[in-house]
Write a protein that binds this ligand. Structure first.
Ligand SMILES: [Ca+2]
Ligand SMILES: [Ca+2]
Length: 646
């Protein structure tokens, strides 16, 4: 009885406000979507109709976006929304809707919502008056009362002239209104219409799959619903499920990939058997009730990855994690894994590349994710042998950490950093498959990382490397003691020997590229070990501090190579070749002069000892030498020294 009185009072007030709004001239502002017709209540919202209330509320979300909420009607087939008496949105299903009020005129507006039942009758209405205000109102924006012909509610009226200062982000103020009634009681709010839904589960051979556990769960906290069933002939059915809210349906079976879909159930008054049909996969025919890729597959697949699919800003020494849908034969994963660069890049250390006729790019690729793993569309960089691999206890997840001396080639210039993909397109064409613990093989479409279709690979991008290398230490080469050779240690790997290309300073191999080379580039014509020796300046002083030699390692006839036995690739080896009595090279002549001035005995084919116990040797690397990312050596930390002792 009390409710009936309240409703009557409310609707009476409604009409009054409708009349006030409807009798006033509409805004002529160019910002306004003005309606030329006065707002005339429809019969459904008239006081004669004992409609239920929809209790509208409007909440800001962002900028001019607002969420309209109402209380769900048990009879509702859908909802229809009016703005300022014009049809605004139709076929709304959820008891909420996002409204974009961008561009609507400042001033008063009304929203009206109708609940429509299956017979297309209005069963409930809600009204809400609100006002759009500029977020920084101008004092001139409002008309004075005398300028307006209607003095009833001057503050609420839109100005008849265009406003000079309208904020791009209007603020909505919901007017205190009798339309807003206190929240309904919980029982009323939560009484959703119940309906039935069903579906079929197929495997990826298009056959119905038995023994699949199907779990349905409401995603609305207002409307709890949890149910579970197991398919016998590939079909499932749930009764008394709530319509109009999101329901998550999960289908799983041991050894098979789990699939999930989220649906809003229709109330289905007509009893259409396919109104709420949600299949997983298809019978091979039309994909009416499910996409083909939603079938449950016995083949293993990758379901989660690190770095993330399409991830950016990834570290160039990132670890990789691949999670599979089921336990795996580990070796098949490690045999076929491949990390490739897949877009064209001529990186800094490879500028003016002469290694290849025409000066091609350092890494190649077509950049297209669908085919970027294929030969010619990518450059192989690392396979699993570049990593320390570890598996979780049930062999569903592998973690790969880079071994020392290996990382993803980057660049100091962010525009030149290659992008990478992960695929199972290993170099060995006989090992391009993965196998689950029960022996089922997958040899294509390995990745299911989205709600959409499978993919052959996934991609990510890495950070630029702007850290300069430094010289950290110098040691005698134990394989050629006392002046035959030294090892200089850098702060980071100075060559990346990837599967596709060796990446290091000097690799472009032009006649002048050697100035960037920490050591001779493998196979170089110009950036040789002898030319790299020009990049190492040596100062020798005796125990009394007298300079005995100052010049480049090249002047002593020396060479510089990457130290092959050092997996970290952080060190280079400075060597002297055996004495050749017939040498005519002027640098070697210089060296001979040095040696002879010290009274050394020279023997054909023997590496002479060039330095003496007690001498202090200091090497400085020249400024042009680069790390694989093209950073030149830090000039503050570019030299190392050693005093020779017995
Ligand atoms: Ca399986
Ligand atoms: Ca670096």
């Amino acid at each position: 009885m009390g409710m009936q009185q309240s409703q009557t009072a409310q609707i009476g007030f409604c009409c009054l406000v409708f009349c006030l709004l409807g009798c006033e001239p509409r805004s002529q502002s160019p910002l306004s979507l003005s309606s030329p017709s006065p707002l005339i209540p429809t019969p459904d919202s008239m006081s004669s109709s004992p409609h239920a209330r929809l209790n509208l509320s409007l909440e800001p979300i962002a900028a001019a976006f607002y969420e309209l909420r109402w209380n769900t009607q048990p009879e509702a087939y859908n909802y229809r929304l009016w703005l300022d008496d014009k049809p605004f949105k139709d076929n709304l299903v959820l008891p909420r809707e996002v409204l974009d009020l961008t561009g609507y005129a400042l001033g008063s507006h009304t929203l009206k919502l109708e609940s429509i039942n299956a017979s297309k009758q209005v069963t409930a209405v809600g009204e809400l008056a609100f006002e759009i205000q500029a977020s920084m109102p101008s004092p001139t924006a409002y008309p004075t009362p005398s300028s307006h012909p209607n003095a009833y509610r001057p503050v609420l009226l839109p100005t008849p002239t265009p406003r000079p200062q309208v904020s791009p982000t209007p603020v909505v103020v919901v007017l205190p209104s009798p339309y807003q009634t206190p929240a309904c009681d919980l029982a009323y709010y939560c009484d959703f219409e119940r309906t039935t839904f069903n579906g079929k589960v197929f495997d990826d051979n298009y056959l119905p799959l038995k023994g699949v556990t199907v779990i349905a769960k409401s995603l609305s906290s207002n409307v709890p619903f949890n149910a579970e069933t197991v398919t016998t002939d590939g079909t499932y059915t749930f009764n008394r499920a709530p319509s109009g809210v999101q329901v998550e349906i999960t289908a799983s079976k041991a050894g098979f990939a789990t699939r999930k879909r989220v649906e809003v159930l229709r109330s289905n008054k007509q009893g259409d058997p396919n109104a709420n049909r949600f299949d997983f996969g298809t019978d091979g025919g039309a994909a009416t009730f499910s996409a083909v890729y939603n079938a449950l597959s016995d083949k293993p697949e990758v379901v989660m990855v690190t770095p993330a699919r399409n991830g950016s800003g990834v570290a160039f020494n990132t670890s990789f994690v691949l999670k599979f849908s089921e336990p795996m034969v580990k070796q098949t994963v490690e045999n076929s894994l491949m990390i490739s660069a897949f877009n064209r890049r001529k990186i800094t250390v490879d500028a003016d590349n002469r290694r290849v006729a025409g000066g091609t790019d350092t890494v190649i690729g077509n950049g297209t994710i669908f085919t970027n793993f294929l030969p010619g569309n990518s450059t192989p960089i690392w396979d699993a042998t570049a990593f320390e691999s570890s598996w979780n206890s049930d062999a569903t997840e592998i973690t790969l950490r880079f071994k020392e001396g290996k990382n993803l080639p980057s660049d100091r210039d962010s525009n030149l950093v290659p992008d990478y993909n992960v695929s199972f397109h290993g170099l060995d064409i006989n090992k391009r498959f993965i196998q689950d613990a029960s022996g089922v093989i997958r040899n294509d479409k390995f990745f299911k990382l989205t709600d959409g279709d499978f993919e052959e690979s996934y991609k990510f991008s890495i950070k630029s490397d702007e850290v300069k290398p430094t010289l950290t230490q110098m040691t005698p080469d134990p394989q050629s003691p006392h002046g035959g050779g030294f090892i200089l240690h850098y702060s980071e790997p100075m060559i990346l020997e990837t599967l596709g290309v060796n990446i290091a300073g000097g690799m472009s191999d032009t006649p002048t590229a050697f100035i960037h080379a920490p050591a001779g580039y493998p196979g170089a014509v110009y950036s040789t070990a002898a030319k790299a020796a020009e990049n190492y300046h040596l100062l020798v002083k005796d125990a009394l501090g007298q300079t005995r030699f100052e010049g480049s390692w090249a002047q002593l006839g020396g060479r510089v190579e990457y130290l092959s036995r050092d997996a970290s690739r952080k060190s280079v080896r400075l060597t002297l070749p055996p004495f050749a009595g017939t040498a005519t090279d002027p640098d070697v002549q210089t060296r001979l002069t040095q040696l002879l001035s010290r009274g050394h005995t020279l023997s054909e084919g023997v590496v002479p000892s060039l330095f003496e116990i007690g001498e202090r040797l200091t090497f400085r690397v020249e400024a042009g030498v680069m790390d694989p990312a093209g950073n030149t050596v830090d000039s503050a930390r570019n030299n190392v020294g050693l005093t020779l002792n017995g």
